[in-house]
Design a protein around this ligand. Structure first.
Ligand code: E4P
Length: 212
């Protein structure tokens, strides 16, 4: 069970890696566009920093071009780059071909257990449901995660839950059985803190001071 950072900002990635529990980085085309730099240039810098997997999405118009993009990204660091491919029926051919060739793939933006089932048929390593977006658009993103986990039971395909916006949503998603989560830096930084703990620390510190 890994926690990934959802970002392509180098300063955020460096900060997250200092924490020692962040297992890799998920990028998406929006994150990459925000850097104002070419995607492969950003990806190269990220894989040099991160020990674990770095997820990179293909965006080209045709299937053949997306396949070329996938190979180009994979060949930068075959041991680290995981190719993100949006979950369409047509794209499953791409996932099948890449998986068969030993390239790890994540089927992204999946909204239904049927898409997750199909991703498992073509040996995707991961599927990524966007929990908060699913709740806003379809009603209950956590329930969709729960169904995906059930349908993927016994396959090699794991649920990497994305688009998590609050701590309650993170906990509900983990309780629904998500194998991995990806979070923005602010949520990662908040994971280990709680006002109760802070209050206890302050009380203990006050006790120490009163006894000299
Ligand atoms: C997943 O890898 C995506 O980067 C991301 O979490 C998408 O969701 P958001 O734009 O709602 O955060």
């Amino acid at each position: 069970m890994s926690i990934f950072l959802d970002s392509a900002q180098i300063d955020e990635i460096k900060r997250a890696l200092q924490l020692s529990f962040v297992g890799g980085v998920t990028t998406n085309p929006t994150h990459i566009a925000r850097t104002g730099r070419p995607g492969l240039e950003v990806l190269t810098e990220i894989v040099d920093l991160v020990d674990g997997p770095v997820f990179y999405q293909v965006t080209a118009h045709s299937l053949a071009e997306r396949l070329d993009q996938a190979w180009e990204a994979h060949e930068l660091r075959p041991d680290k780059v995981v190719i993100k491919i949006p979950g369409t029926t047509e794209n499953m051919r791409l996932v099948a071909q890449l998986s068969e060739a030993g390239v790890e793939c994540l089927v992204t933006a999946v909204a239904s257990p049927a898409q997750a089932y199909l991703a498992a048929q073509v040996n995707a390593e991961y599927v990524a449901p966007y929990v908060n977006r699913l709740t806003r658009q379809l009603g209950d993103g956590v329930a969709i995660v729960r169904d995906m986990v059930r349908i993927l039971n016994g396959t090699q395909t794991q649920v990497l839950a994305a688009s998590l916006k609050t701590m309650d949503e993170v906990v509900a998603t983990l309780l629904a059985g998500a194998h991995h989560i990806t979070l923005p830096l602010d949520l990662i930084l908040a994971l280990g803190d709680h006002p109760f703990t802070q209050q206890a620390i302050e009380e203990f510190n006050a006790s120490m001071q009163s006894t000299g």
